[in-house]
Design a protein around this ligand. Structure first.
Ligand SMILES: Nc1ncnc2c1ncn2[C@@H]1O[C@H](COP(=O)(O)OP(=O)(O)O)[C@@H](O)[C@H]1O
Ligand code: SF4
Ligand SMILES: [Mg+2]
Length: 381
């Protein structure tokens, strides 16, 4: 009997499984393409398999690595030209570490960050400097991120010291004054010090500094979290206006889904070093399929009291596990009310779940859950 005919039932089953897996994978890949081009945006950034592990060491003289904090552990997303990608997740899930890798303040342990098709993690010297100019960061805390001993003019103009080619020395003062004006501050404040400003004004100074080199991408790491609720909207509106004015693409990080909704075209939800669900603004807010996203959404304030009555609150038990020792299988399983045996042994991939792969519905977007189900958490207005 020829060898090829001798196929056992088990072999057939395995082949079937492999074929299903491959199909699932190609759907996952195409779902990425679909996501990036959804609003007709060309990706300006493509992030694939991004990892940052911080070594855990023991001993003082003979330092020995005993483990690693898996701060970011395999993150994929695209940022379209001119679009805003919101990234949300509880504190400690790796958002700032992703931000730092995007602006090259941290070197990835593994993975690729492509800016206009070129992997910037491999660049050095002049090529790296040129790319860094185009990707700037706005930091979370306007109280600690501005040097208290420098004038506002020196703070905003500091990037010109590193990139003198952008603004000749004689022109810098005028440029800084223009930037102050652009972010809604009086250009005459150029000689003042950070302590003479309110929190919202200081964040405007941080934004002006981020704009100084006329970047294409701004990574804003929780830019309004440290501000009073009353000024948060003003700063978000300013960022929104600047995006149109300067044709910027944003990665906007927040720990709370309510803030990113106003500004994001797409949203990625992070949990313990991974993106667990990603999609357009309406896919994530109105058709979430991952239990973690649903739990986060159930905590978003609902202004309308009648809608609030119908909203279901999902309370998550326990804390986020340590990123040095994440749970096996699905990382969310220790807090998930739907967890089953499969969740403990099989890690879900970020892909369009099979149940939604053939349906024409907003639920058809990548979600890393074996038992993804659509659930409307926030009542429609
Ligand atoms: N330099 C570092 N060394 C060791 N662990 C770190 C370092 N930076 C961040 N971490 C850890 O990585 C995890 C993710 O941190 P971070 O990216 O700051 O999260 P987030 O911004 O979402 O709050 C946390 O557990 C944090 O303690
Ligand atoms: S894979 Fe399992 S544990 Fe993870 S989110 Fe889905 S149901 Fe919950
Ligand atoms: Mg952070």
């Amino acid at each position: 009997m020829p060898h090829s005919e001798h196929v056992s039932k088990q072999d057939l089953k395995r082949e079937g499984e492999i074929a299903r897996h491959l199909l699932h994978q190609s759907q996952a890949e195409s779902s990425y393409a679909a996501n990036g081009s959804e609003s007709g945006h060309e990706p300006i950034l493509e992030v694939r398999g991004l990892v940052k592990h911080y070594p855990l060491t023991q001993g003082i003289v003979f330092r020995k690595q005993v483990g690693a904090v898996k701060a970011v552990d395999g993150v994929d997303f695209d940022l379209g030209q001119g679009e805003t990608l919101g990234i949300v997740g509880e504190s400690g899930c790796g958002k700032s570490t992703v931000a730092k890798m995007l602006v090259n303040l941290e070197k990835p342990t593994a993975g690729v960050i492509k800016y206009k098709g070129e992997d910037i993690t491999k660049l050095s010297g002049r090529a790296l400097k040129a790319v860094r100019r185009n990707i700037q960061m706005v930091f979370q805390d306007p109280y600690t991120s501005l040097n208290p001993r420098m004038t506002v003019g020196d703070i905003i103009g500091e990037p010109y010291e590193i990139h003198p080619e952008v603004a000749p020395k004689g022109d810098r003062r005028r440029r800084v004054q223009d930037l102050l004006d652009v972010v809604g501050l009086n250009p005459e404040y150029i000689n003042r010090y950070p302590h003479q400003f309110s929190g919202g004004q200081r964040q405007r100074i941080g934004i002006a500094r981020g704009l100084a080199l006329r970047p294409e991408i701004i990574v804003a790491d929780e830019p309004v979290s440290a501000l009073d609720v009353s000024v948060q909207a003003q700063v978000v509106n300013l960022l929104d206006r600047l995006q149109n004015e300067f044709n910027l693409s944003y990665v906007f990080i927040a720990h709370d889904l309510s803030i990113v909704r106003h500004i994001s075209d797409r949203v990625g939800v992070m949990y313990l070093g991974r993106v667990v669900e990603i999609g357009s603004d309406s896919q994530i807010y109105d058709h979430p399929t991952h239990p973690y996203t649903q739990a986060l959404l159930s905590a978003v304030p609902v202004p309308d009291p009648r809608a609030r009555e119908h909203r279901e609150r999902i309370l998550l038990s326990g804390d986020v596990p340590s990123p040095a020792n994440p749970p096996s299988g699905c990382r969310f399983r220790t807090r998930c009310w739907k967890a089953q045996e499969r969740c403990e042994v099989e890690e879900p991939v970020l892909a369009v779940p099979e149940v939604f792969s053939t349906v024409d519905s907003p639920a058809r977007h990548p979600s890393a859950c074996h038992f993804a189900e659509e659930k409307q958490v926030v009542p429609s207005e």
